[in-house]
Write a protein that binds this ligand. Structure first.
Ligand code: SAH
Ligand code: SF4
Ligand code: F3S
Length: 484
């Protein structure tokens, strides 16, 4: 197999829809569809594709765009890798585990390809933005047919066409930072709740993190494009949106006419028909009082703040390049609790960063006890090639990381349970998402504080706001009775 390797370096900034790019995409979707129609006529069925998505909502969103393109190109969908003629892995690089899974799956597909030589394998997403991964796949996984990165997703039809017509391994990874391409279609998975990207990339370079290398520099979408997208979603039945970015608090800085995140929140709050607005992720160094005031003042903004602390030790936070101290963080929480008394908090916590001492772990536990998080995502530090932390001294042994992780988790879980218990006999507003299990009258939904609530009902209130009295709180969800 030969490699077509096009490594484009471009600094072009694209702010609005470029009709040319979309036209080219359309042309290639047509070309592939024609090839697939011929294929289908010979085989008596359409080719079948599976997209396996790892990682965060950025990837979920990208997969929805791929899904749209694949449908247009005449593919049927499956969830089962063993049924597929085309397997696409949309990969994540944030921790080693996520990468290991992909390599494991590639190993299995090597076997399947022996009995199904027509099987095509494509890999995209964050792993592919790392040159050492591309080298590894080119060298040791020659059965892969197509590799592309996060910046050139919209070119997928053209790349797929090239692969099909040449039968060579096609590799295209761009090193671009500045593009925002508007007007791409996507197949949204779930209508009631939708994720809306407000910005891409990250400028923060936390010393442990690969994201700035895989997603490029921070760039914001124009507020009008965001508002238009949400209005369109609402017209199709969406009731809740989560505004997404790696650091939403620095939204708008790269725009020609800068807009702050708090201003954007107030604009989104005006959209008629929308019931709830959430956002993530907030970097503590950039959160302004105005964002907290917006949550206080705007009826649609949910009383829920995901504010990743990572760790409670000021000296370790410095080594992480986070730009805030333990005290700065606790001050933000104090302010938020004062302005919005029923605010719920969640966070990301990392255990085992190089050089972490037991005092540092205690600082983290202090923060957990002071904030009292509703929920926390706890991660064990994973060495990422190319990041500064990977070269730091005093890496913590795996076993010790796990011991500390369990210690911290105990505090997180205990507090979660205690907060749930505080809901007993309280009446909460629930946005009903649907049945929790098929063939039952049990429904599930979320409170404004993002707690899961389950209740029985003979009537289907999916998509509506109902009032539920909590009768049986559990650690991670609340059971109750509908009171309307
Ligand atoms: N932009 C977001 C987080 C994106 S990644 C923020 O700044 O909060 C999600 C979480 O993964 C991070 O908050 C961090 O806790 C975790 N993470 C990132 N890199 C990691 C690594 N090398 N090892 C373990 N966890 C990591
Ligand atoms: Fe990674 Fe830090 Fe950027 Fe979050 S803010 S994506 S943790 S570099
Ligand atoms: Fe998301 Fe993983 Fe990439 S967390 S941005 S898919 S590295």
């Amino acid at each position: 197999m030969e490699t077509i390797d096009i490594n484009k370096k471009s600094k072009q900034r694209q702010k609005t829809l470029d009709p040319m790019k979309l036209e080219v995409q359309e042309q290639y979707m047509d070309k592939v569809r024609k090839i697939n129609e011929k294929w289908a006529a010979e085989k008596g069925r359409k080719p079948v594709v599976v997209i396996v998505t790892f990682g965060c909502q950025m990837n979920e969103h990208d997969s929805e765009e791929l899904d749209y393109m694949l449908e247009r190109m005449g593919y049927d969908k499956t969830e089962d890798v063993n049924e597929a003629d085309l397997v696409i892995y949309n990969t994540c690089a944030v921790r080693e585990n996520a990468e290991k899974k992909v390599y494991g799956n590639l190993g299995q597909l090597k076997f399947r390809k022996r009995s199904h030589p027509d099987l095509k394998i494509a890999i995209c997403g964050c792993m592919i933005q790392q040159p050492h991964v591309v080298e590894e796949i080119k060298k040791h996984h020659k059965h892969v047919n197509l590799l592309f990165g996060t910046h050139n997703l919209y070119r997928f039809p053209e790349l797929l066409h090239k692969q099909i017509t040449t039968d060579e391994m096609v590799v295209e990874v761009w090193d671009v930072d500045g593009e925002v391409i508007e007007g791409l279609h996507s197949n949204r998975k779930f209508n009631l709740k939708a994720f809306v990207n407000i910005m891409y990339g990250c400028n923060n370079f936390c010393t442990y993190c690969i994201v700035p290398y895989t997603r490029g520099r921070e760039r914001s979408r124009e507020p009008q494009d965001i508002i238009d997208e949400i209005k369109e979603l609402v017209s199709r039945g969406t009731k809740e949106v989560t505004l997404l970015g790696q650091n939403v608090n620095s939204y708008g800085k790269t725009l020609d006419n800068p807009v702050t995140f708090a201003e954007l929140l107030r604009m989104v709050n005006e959209i008629e028909g929308l019931e709830r607005v959430r956002f993530m992720t907030s970097h503590p160094k950039d959160i302004s009082d105005e964002v907290i005031y917006a949550i206080r003042d705007c009826d649609k903004l949910c009383e829920f703040l995901h504010l990743p602390v990572q760790c409670g030790s000021t000296s370790l936070l410095k080594k992480m390049n986070r730009h805030y101290s333990k005290e700065d963080y606790l001050k933000i929480i104090e302010k938020a609790k004062k302005e919005v008394p029923d605010m719920a908090f969640s966070t990301d916590i990392m255990i085992g960063f190089p050089g972490e001492t037991m005092e540092d772990v205690q600082d983290t536990i202090d923060v957990i006890e002071a904030v009292r998080y509703d929920s926390a995502f706890t991660f064990i530090y994973s060495k990422r090639e190319g990041t500064p932390a990977a070269k730091m001294e005093n890496q913590i042994p795996e076993e010790e990381k796990h011991r500390r992780f369990d210690m911290v988790l105990e505090h997180v879980n205990r507090i979660s349970g205690e907060i749930s218990e505080e809901y007993r006999d309280k009446v909460v507003e629930v946005l009903v998402e649907g049945k929790s299990a098929k063939d039952s009258n049990r429904y599930t939904g979320k409170t404004r504080q993002n707690k899961t609530v389950n209740f029985d009902s003979d009537e289907d209130f999916t998509g509506q706001l109902v009032m539920v009295k909590i009768t049986d709180p559990k650690s991670f969800s609340l059971n109750g009775e509908i009171v309307r």
